[in-house]
Design a protein around this ligand. Structure first.
Ligand SMILES: CC1=C(CCC(=O)O)c2cc3nc(cc4[nH]c(cc5[nH]c(cc1n2)c(C)c5CCC(=O)O)c(CCC(=O)O)c4C)C(CCC(=O)O)=C3C
Ligand SMILES: [Fe+2]
Length: 373
């Protein structure tokens, strides 16, 4: 969905003044990027959220995620339990390793000679360490692919901030960077999700395949964060609605799809996007629905939010309600999604007006954080 990006609604709040962090995209009005200078040593960095690799990592990881965020201790204890239920190992790290291997293979097959690095916001390998490694390896410029497809403070702006922080640690001479656009509208991302939806429908008993209610989910965020997502606000919901629509239209054109929210955090006094997926399942059952397909289009891999909040909690809710429940897969390492990473990269390396994905100005999605409590 093209968003007007000429208007910067939060002037003066850019994480830094690097023009490469303030790429304007869409519609051709944006200044064209210059092609990479010949001989410059470049790399691709896969930048992700990070997750614990064992039980001892769980609490320090959660402290990293929630520092200064006003998350109540009860919520943290509950989330720690979810991780411990999986032996303290988040699935997200294995999924990122698999994505990186697939991207490396895809780049090789396409004749693109570029090393791929990995860094996280909240756990090892930290983005700061990746930056140091890249500097030591002589890398001069980094294209950053973030494992988040949508605009918002959590999904886009914080990744810009991670990049700025990692560069600042090394000071002048650190590898420069540009974040590849977020990509919920990239055809390969839509196709990967559409094939996952088709496979999920195939898993339903034939008698409910045509009637099952389609329920797209994404991480809830505070209403205040949603209000300022993207240059004009509201972009998180708009991009999710458009992605859910495009995914469903690729499988069963025009079939209705609901968009609801999962994994709410924060204190109860702060409003977050609703309805929650569990409440929505209750409403659907009360309205006489008998089967649902849940599509987590808001996420790019089957990480803990998917494995716990959907495959465990929402599935239990559905069972209590007597609803047949199938959960569609995420983009993961689908070849069309892997190719999207390369296409985003190649488009930026070639310079010229960007066509694929959506880039926020560096200063958008700013959200005031709740005070420490
Ligand atoms: C929009 C969005 C995405 C999608 C975009 C993206 O992918 O980036 C996302 C992804 C993820 N969120 C994750 C984990 C957590 N998120 C938390 C907390 C929060 N998420 C938020 C939003 C989002 N989160 C928000 C507004 C908070 C409140 C604190 C704050 O304002 O920042 C907490 C704290 C405990 C809790 O309260 O849940 C945890 C542990 C993991 C890793 C999963 C794994 O380990 O497999 C992933 C991929
Ligand atoms: Fe989160």
């Amino acid at each position: 969905m093209p968003l007007a990006t000429d208007v910067d609604i939060h002037p003066g709040q850019a994480p830094d003044d690097d023009p490469s962090l303030a790429v304007r995209n869409n519609g051709g009005a944006a200044p064209a990027a210059r092609p990479a200078p010949p001989g410059r040593r470049e790399a691709l960095l896969v930048l992700s959220f990070g997750g614990p690799e064992g039980p001892d990592d769980v609490l320090p990881f959660l402290e990293n995620v929630t520092r200064g965020r006003g998350i109540p201790p009860e919520r943290l204890a509950a989330v720690a339990e979810h991780y411990l239920h999986f032996g303290g190992v988040s699935p997200i790290n294995g999924q990122n390793r698999a994505l990186i291997s697939a991207v490396e293979a895809d780049l090789r097959a396409a004749g693109v000679d570029l090393p791929v690095y990995w860094g996280n916001r909240n756990w090892v390998p930290y983005v700061e360490d990746a930056w140091r490694q890249m500097a030591d390896d002589g890398i001069e410029h980094v294209y950053v692919f973030a494992t988040s497809a949508y605009a918002s403070a959590s999904g886009c702006r914080q990744y810009h901030e991670d990049i700025a922080r990692a560069r600042a640690v090394l000071g002048p001479g650190a590898p420069t960077a540009e974040k590849l656009p977020h990509y919920s509208d990239a055809p390969g991302f839509v196709r990967a999700n559409a094939e996952a939806l088709a496979a999920a429908l195939d898993r339903l008993p034939p008698e409910v395949r045509g009637s099952a209610r389609l329920v797209a989910t994404a991480h809830s965020v505070p209403e205040a964060m949603a209000a300022v997502a993207g240059p004009d606000g509201g972009a998180y919901q708009q991009e999710l609605l458009a992605a859910a629509r495009a995914v469903v239209d690729a499988v069963d054109p025009g079939r209705p799809v609901d968009l609801v929210w999962q994994s709410r955090s924060g204190p109860p006094s702060v409003p977050w996007l609703e309805p929650d997926v569990n409440d929505h399942l209750r409403a659907l059952a009360a309205a006489g629905e008998t089967a649902v397909v849940v599509l987590p289009v808001g996420f790019v891999s089957d990480h803990l939010e998917v494995a716990w909040d959907l495959d465990t909690e929402a599935r239990e809710t559905a069972a209590e309600l007597g609803l047949t429940f199938v959960r569609a897969g995420t983009a993961g390492t689908h070849p069309a999604f892997v190719a999207t990473v390369r296409e985003l990269l190649e488009e930026r390396r070639a310079g010229g007006p960007p066509r694929l994905g959506t880039n926020c100005p560096a200063a958008c999605c700013f959200v005031a954080r709740p005070a420490r409590r």
